[in-house]
Design a protein around this ligand. Structure first.
Ligand code: NCD
Ligand code: ZN
Ligand code: ZN
Ligand code: ZN
Length: 475
């Protein structure tokens, strides 16, 4: 083992005592870039210091005096240095839906928002539902991407037998839409779902589910429509909490029997959190995400703000909203994901909710909003480092390459600060479709730099790097 690797190992063993690092020399004499004068968030510790990156990976962390010389030195003036933020749920709409977004615009929004890695969803045209589609998408988007990316493969009723080839093609996970029919691809029935989970267990993959019960939603929607309900609250009434929590519980039951890893997308309710917490107590490999929209808004806001808050799964009660914050804090929920789902004004802000498209952007506003919440004391910075990066990397088999500031990890840094309150302006965001309910919402969080593989991709809200994103494959 080389001296460097030995020292890295020693560091790993002692990371919980890394405030002692200042006295150590843990890398070669020079590096490509050194970030200094920051606050490093490493496990439970926040230490004054910096990070040196060489050949795209972290070469050293610690006090300034211990860091190697470098061609490029960035003084971040006391800002927090987090492991590069991962957004594990974005829709960049490529191929086929690029009037809403594409990888160039989506990854620009991501890098300006402090995100270094995204996991991208497969409900495109055509859907990413076989090895051919996975490989074609990778070739298509790689030359345009400013961020590293993992690609989800889609599983529906008709392609359960393509799970193995998609695993071979290097998907980050398998996505199930249990509530809706994607063109030519009906959702899995229970038999197909259970078989799919068994096949995913066999290839060591992760099943990620949009957990909503289509039969409950279909029946409620029909009733509401027949009674002439057509505002945004009808989407909430059509999707009662049990339509989510029952599907969460069902997926947990199947995953327990099949033995696969399970990830629950966009959790919105206390009831679903309870199901997930119970699975975690039983030591099942179940993880879950929620997003800023459900942490900020409730059904009351939907009634007031109207169609802009058309989203599925929908907004719940104040009690649910509080439960999501508590669950992020204590680990019953694992990570923040935006479900960045660009929709144009014309397809969304329409008269009847039954014609309105669900979704809105989020990848660019996520980190500033969540850092504002850290500033308000809703979350500690250590918790935020876990739920913004480390836990997603662990759940999808990328840790410690991603989600970590240890020597040997990818040189991905999100450098953030808190300061004066400023309002989010939708028109200044970088997605193609700018509708967001966060327009005008104030935050004190801001992203100063985004560094990907040692390259400064964003500085003071300007893109400074060129596309260099790589596909990340589950280990
Ligand atoms: C997503 C989309 O637009 O692709 N929309 C949404 O409301 N969440 C699909 C999804 O994540 O379910
Ligand atoms: Zn979804
Ligand atoms: Zn009615
Ligand atoms: Zn989604």
């Amino acid at each position: 083992m080389s001296a460097h690797r030995l020292k890295t190992k020693a560091l790993c063993r002692r990371w919980h005592r890394c405030s002692e690092l200042g006295e150590e020399t843990i890398s070669g004499p020079t590096s490509d870039i050194v970030v200094t004068n920051g606050r490093l968030v490493i496990g439970p510790q926040v230490i004054q210091g910096g990070v040196a990156i060489k050949d795209g990976v972290i070469a050293a962390i610690g006090r300034e005096s211990s860091l190697p010389d470098s061609k490029e030195v960035i003084d971040v003036a006391g800002a927090y240095i987090l492991p590069g933020v991962i957004d594990p749920h974005v829709h960049f709409r490529e191929p086929g839906l690029t009037n809403r977004e594409d990888f160039a615009s989506g990854s620009t929004a991501a890098t300006i928002g402090g995100v270094t890695t995204v996991f991208e969803m497969p409900n495109t045209v055509p859907p990413t539902a076989g090895a051919d589609a996975v490989m074609a998408k990778r070739e298509l988007v790689k030359p345009k991407s400013l961020v590293d990316f993992g690609l989800f493969g889609m599983v529906g009723q008709t392609n359960v037998d393509r799970i193995e080839e998609m695993a071979e093609a290097g998907v980050i996970g398998f996505k199930f839409y249990l509530h809706q029919t994607i063109e030519g691809m009906p959702p899995c029935d229970d038999g197909a779902l259970f078989e799919a989970f068994q096949r995913i267990a066999a290839v060591g993959g992760v099943a990620a589910v949009h957990a909503e019960n289509p039969e409950i939603i279909g029946r409620c929607s029909a009733h509401l429509r027949a009674h002439g309900h057509s505002d945004v609250t009808a989407n909430i009434a059509a999707r009662p909490t049990v339509s989510e929590s029952e599907m969460v519980a069902r997926c947990i039951a199947y995953a327990r029997a099949a033995g696969n890893r399970l990830h629950i997308c966009h959790v919105t309710s206390a009831e679903s959190v309870d199901e997930i917490a119970s699975a975690k107590r039983r030591h099942l490999p179940v993880t879950a995400e929620t997003g800023p929209q459900w942490l900020w808004f409730t059904e009351v806001d939907a009634a007031e703000k109207g169609m802009v808050l058309m989203f599925s799964p929908p907004f719940r009660s104040e009690g649910d909203r509080k439960a999501l914050w508590d669950a992020l804090q204590d680990g019953r929920l694992d990570m923040v994901a935006t479900d960045h789902a660009p929709r144009h004004r014309e397809e969304k802000l329409v008269a009847s909710v039954w014609d309105a498209k669900s979704g809105f952007i989020g990848v660019e506003t996520n980190v500033p909003l969540m850092m504002g919440a850290v500033d308000q004391g809703r979350l500690s910075i250590q918790t935020y480092a876990r739920i913004s990066s480390e836990n997603a990397a662990r759940a999808f088999g990328l840790w410690p390459r991603k989600g970590s500031l240890l020597p040997g990890s990818d040189g991905d840094l999100t450098i953030v600060g808190v300061g004066a309150a400023h309002a989010i302006e939708a028109e200044r965001l970088h997605s193609k479709a700018k509708v967001t309910p966060f327009d005008g919402v104030s935050t004190t969080g801001s992203v100063k730099y985004t560094i990907l593989g040692g390259q400064v991709m964003m500085r003071d809200q300007n893109v400074t790097g060129s596309p260099r994103g790589r596909d990340v494959v589950r280990a």
